[in-house]
Design a protein around this ligand. Structure first.
Ligand SMILES: C[S@@+](CC[C@H](N)C(=O)[O-])C[C@H]1O[C@@H](n2cnc3c(N)ncnc32)[C@H](O)[C@@H]1O
Length: 293
């Protein structure tokens, strides 16, 4: 039975992941188009694999990009059944007749991964490799899933998301920065407590090169939604605040925790989703490497 290694309840996160996907649909589609163009020059319709597909936002974007280029195949792969079936349903709804949508239930840390998955022209893994015990070994295995000439794209890191004005009018100014620091501290602890955890003491393009891939490079894209943002985006700010303050709880002061509690309370006048000055600004980096043809 495939399972995760990070102690996180991913099923509980479905609604929040979906809201973030809807919010980021436009930059996601631009990124999917750019990557699908890399693998569209061959004769047969491309196979695109989404490892750790979450709520399916990028699978939807890949299906849309493939449909606009004559079709292809999207394979979603995740360890969490509830997420996987929800993501497949949304992707099928967006795919149209020319794009085949399939799913595979996996543990991305499984040593037999290359035997379980079909060969793919593009393997996309967004924010999942850092949830695996041995990240280099996981990248090595994902590289083995590539068809000759295929690309592995890891979306990892970028710039920390900012959502709050510096001075909220309650509590000490700078809460956003303290939440980022608390999230970083949690991340270190999450990796340290993961059974079998191995450090990855190099950057992502070096890890791709160590997996035998060539033409390694990176690009970044912005999520830039300035205030005032619509209700749906404000709710994604609530999701962000709940996640950051939940994982970072131990590293926050008691007064920050009390402020966060008020910001997250729909019945409090300080409820963050009531504010017309919240925004979303962040950057995601995509690291790429190609298997020699
Ligand atoms: C942070 S979410 C990222 C979701 C999506 N890729 C995105 O960028 O929005 C991590 C995803 O990886 C999945 N995941 C975590 N550990 C996994 C594992 N060992 N094998 C496969 N999927 C895993 C989770 O279920 C979740 O869907």
């Amino acid at each position: 039975m495939a399972h995760t290694h990070d102690g996180i309840d991913w099923t509980e996160r479905l609604a929040g992941l979906r809201r973030a996907d809807e919010r980021d649909a436009e930059p996601n589609l631009r990124t999917a188009e750019r990557l699908v163009d890399l693998v569209s020059s061959g004769g047969s319709p491309p196979v695109v694999m989404d490892i750790g597909s979450g709520a399916g936002g990028m699978s939807i974007a890949f299906a849309t990009a493939l449909a606009a280029r004559g079709g292809g195949r999207v394979v979603l792969a995740d360890a969490v059944d509830v997420l996987l079936s929800a993501a497949v349903e949304s992707t099928r709804a967006a795919a149209g007749d020319s794009v085949q949508v399939e799913s595979v239930h996996i543990d991305a840390a499984d040593e037999n991964l290359p035997d379980v998955l079909p060969a793919a022209d593009l393997v996309w893994a967004s924010r999942v490799v850092h949830h695996l015990p041995d990240q280099q070994k996981a990248i090595d295995r994902l590289a083995q899933v590539l068809a000759p000439g295929g690309w592995l794209a890891l979306s990892e890191g970028g710039l920390a998301t900012r959502c709050l004005p510096w001075d909220l009018g309650i509590g000490e100014p700078g809460l956003g920065s303290r939440l980022t620091a608390a999230g970083d501290a949690w991340f270190v602890q999450m990796r340290a407590e993961m059974p079998g955890s191995v450090s990855l003491p190099v950057g992502w393009t070096s890890a791709l090169a160590a997996a035998g891939l060539v033409d390694t490079t990176s690009f970044s894209f912005l999520i830039d939604l300035p205030a005032p943002v619509p209700e749906k985006v404000r709710l994604s700010v609530v999701d962000w605040l709940a996640w950051m303050s939940g994982v970072g709880e131990d590293a926050l002061s008691e007064s920050d925790r009390q402020v966060v509690q008020r910001l997250l309370d729909p019945d409090d006048e300080a409820y963050v989703a009531r504010r017309d000055d919240v925004f979303v600004l962040g950057a995601s980096t995509v690291h790429l490497g190609r298997r020699d043809a």
